[in-house]
Design a protein around this ligand. Structure first.
Ligand code: UD1
Length: 427
């Protein structure tokens, strides 16, 4: 298994081009199941999760063509020859977002069988909201032998779905399904993440009728059919926030290229409180410490437009060497502090009490062999390694491959000493 070696202590300076968002691309890929025409997505990141979704769609009979140019990666999907409506366990267990094929399949083909995603390193993460919502649109659902069996032989019917809890994936599944339902659907207490707006804009470009984009109330008027479209995937705000924190923790100056300030509003506001400025430039955002010091701030994760849970671990890494203390509270997922023991091994001072972690800033971190059990926890250790004295060896690099395109190249272009060691390579 590959590892990453980081020799810490170098300030990052330069530019980092922000990739297309993984969490936008995954649901966008599933939209192809709603039409026989071609859906062409531009700015698709080259990531393990995208490959997993591609494999799932290919298994269902979707034809997938990738076009790589120097500037961009486009992928064309054609579900004209769809031959399967079952998403098997072996494919779904690799990635929870596979459940996003459920809504489109049952809406268009009247039947879907999708494996339950099962356990996950950051909590139990059920799919009850996806299931209940589809039932409210008239789908008959059974759970059998670890599979969700959904049927709507006469098609789905529009209705009112009020989510008891904000869920990104359930909103996306229901939004896709409602585009082809008979009549009108209201999704109330819908998630408002920018990736959902991106999905809704793509669906409207395919002929859907969605109103209320960007709000927590989506109104959808069902249509008979959708057609193909070309859509550009929105920039990855989590990748951008991660590199902003990397610049801050190393005391460097980095321009994040291809990203608008609105996308990372809450993270930018929190960083500003901590003494890290994000200044708009013609091409993106320039990140640097405002007066040389990062100060401890309290952070609570919330659904958008609040501070994203997907930046919680990276923010904690930044806080480990800040001046003063910081209370970090995770409200979205249980058990999302697995980076804490690893950061502690690097010299951080962190105490966890339930869903909050008290971080007391230390003068320095020291490199150590570390590993993590999920994507964002892994990258928080990369950030810590960039700031630490000495060498950090990060194991289980495959977590990073799921969500960070060209991570080592992007960081080393900004002066980081970071390299990927293939299996068996000498230390
Ligand atoms: C998406 C993101 C993930 C991010 C998360 C929260 C993708 C591919 N992944 O995940 O990176 O961390 O949003 O911003 O976009 N819940 C239920 N029942 C359900 C569904 C969810 O109880 O049926 C709970 C979850 O356990 C969690 C909360 O709702 O506590 C939010 O989860 P959700 O927004 O659904 O996350 P995902 O869509 O899985």
């Amino acid at each position: 298994m590959d590892r990453i070696r980081i020799r810490g202590g170098r300030p990052l300076t330069g530019q980092i081009k922000i990739s297309g968002a993984k969490n936008a691309a995954l649901p966008l890929m599933a939209t192809c199941l709603l039409t026989d025409d071609e859906v062409r997505l531009e700015n698709v990141p080259d990531l393990a999760d995208i490959t997993t979704m591609t494999n799932l769609l290919t298994h269902l009979g979707v034809e997938v063509t990738t076009r790589q140019s120097l500037k961009d990666r486009s992928v064309i999907f054609s579900a004209r020859g769809l031959s399967e409506t079952t998403a098997p366990y072996d494919l779904v267990r690799k990635m929870r977002a596979s459940v996003l094929v459920l809504g489109p399949l049952v809406a268009r083909h009247g039947v879907a069988k999708v494996s339950l995603p099962g356990g996950c390193a950051i909590g139990t993460r059920p799919v009850d909201l996806h299931i209940k919502g589809l039932q409210q649109l008239g789908a008959e659902i059974d759970l059998d032998s670890g599979y969700i069996l959904a049927r709507a032989p006469g098609g789905l019917t529009g209705g009112e779905v009020t989510f008891p809890k904000v869920s990104v994936g359930a909103t996306e599944n229901l939004l896709m399904a409602a585009t082809l339902a008979k009549g009108e659907t209201d999704l109330i207490n819908a998630a408002r993440e920018p990736e959902i707006a991106d999905l809704a804009n793509c669906l409207n470009a395919m002929g859907a009728k969605i109103e209320g984009i960007g709000s927590d109330h989506l109104h959808i008027v069902g249509v008979e059919r959708l057609h193909g479209c070309t859509h550009r995937v929105v920039a990855d705000r989590i990748e951008a926030g991660t590199y902003a924190m990397a610049a801050a923790i190393t005391g460097g100056e980095v321009e994040l290229v291809g990203l608008h300030h609105d996308l990372i509003g809450a993270a930018a506001a929190t960083l500003a409180q901590a003494g890290v400025s994000l200044i708009e430039t013609p091409d993106g955002l320039l990140v640097r410490r405002a007066n040389g010091v990062v100060s401890g701030v309290d952070v609570m994760t919330e659904p958008f437009p609040g501070f994203p849970t997907d930046l919680q671990a990276q923010m904690m890494a930044l806080m480990t060497t800040a001046e003063g203390a910081s209370m970090i509270t995770e409200t979205i997922f249980e058990n999302r502090f697995m980076h804490v023991p690893e950061l502690t091994r690097m010299g951080a001072s962190i105490n966890v009490h339930g869903s909050s972690a008290m971080v007391r800033g230390v003068k320095k971190l020291t490199g150590a062999p570390v590993m993590a059990t999920d994507l964002r926890a892994s990258v928080s250790l990369v950030l810590a390694g960039l700031a630490a004295e000495g060498d950090t060896y990060l194991n289980r690099v495959y977590h990073l491959d799921r969500g960070y395109e060209k991570l080592t190249a992007k960081l080393s272009n900004c002066g980081a000493e970071i390299e990927r060691l293939s299996d068996g390579a000498a230390e």
